[in-house]
Each structure stands twice: as C-alpha cells, then as structure tokens.
Ligand binder design. Sequence first.
Ligand code: CO
Length: 204
Amino acid sequence: MIETLKANNRRWAEGKVAADPGFFARLSGQQAPEYLWIGCSDSRVPANEIVGLDPGELFVHRNVANLAPPQDANYLSVLQFSVDILKVKHVIVVGHYGCGGVTASLRGQRLGLVDHWLHPVRDVAHEHRHELDAIENENARIDRLCELNVMRQVRNVTSDLVVLDAWARGQPLTVHGWVYSLANGLVTDLNISVSRPEHAAPLA
Ligand code: CO
C-alpha cells in the first residue's frame, strides 16, 4: 500500500528530528560525503544501510549489475561530480553474489532491453570463459563472475580520465572492489584497492 510509505516517511522524519533537532537543517545546507558507492539496483542491496551511513554520508550510483561503462553519461556525470566537486576520498564498486544481471549474462537469458546494458558482463564472461567453465557448480560460477565483473568495473573507474586527473593533481582517492553477500549481509573486500595509477593495470 502506497499510503504506508507516506506514513513510514513521516515517522522516519520525526524520528530523525527527535534524535537530532538540527539534522535536516544541517543537511539541506550542504552535502559532504566522503564515499561514492557504485552498486547494483537490486532491492536487497541497500547502500546506506549495509555500511551504516546516514543521509549526507554516501553518494550513490546504482544500476543493473553495478556497471561503470566508460561511455555512459549517467555514470560519468556521477563520477565527475563526486570526484571533482564533492571530492570524495573513496569510490567503492559493490557487486553482490547471486546478481540477477550477472546470472542472465552467464546463462545467455533474454530479458529485453537490459540485455544490451549487460553486454559488458557477457564480455567479461567470454574473456574468462576458461576459468569459469572449469567451475562445476553453477552458483559458484555465477559468484566468480560477480567478482570478475567488480574487478572489471574497478579497472574502468581507475582508468577513467576523471580519476587519472585527480591523481595527477595529488587529490587523495582510492577505488575499492567489494562483493556483498545476500546470504549473510556481509561484504567481502576483494583487496584490489587502487590509490595510484600505476597500480591500476592488473585487474580483470
Ligand atoms: Co544485481
């Protein structure tokens, strides 16, 4: 029921003000998040909640299969604004195990327009087909492709001119790759964090 959402909203806003009377006044003045989250649109992966951050603390970009495609104006605008204007210190690409977009890409399922969007994931699957084919269990194969996809997106971010220019002028910026587990609510750090252009090369 849509009315429930409005009632929830009123209760949420009242709760925030009760805990911190200046909360909205302060936030409406400016935002100064230190993190950009690039994650999947999946309803089970709520960015702020997972990492315990309040409004104002996390700049968020979500799309199907958490992609950072180098020609996508939406993603590029978010990246450029958050790095150049907000000066976030961390960009976190967050995939999730069991991702529907990744699953469809691996299985070659036809879902519609989204199949075009998922083209880069099929490319990653093709490039890593030998490793993926060697994994017998399908869920494990999907989960590995979720990881490989995050690695590729981290590479996209770290090779983008916005990020390279930020590093060139000495701006502190680290790009991370994580994968979230729907099964236990925990993120796994893929330990591929990159803070300098010369460390950006060897990712999937
Ligand atoms: Co997903």
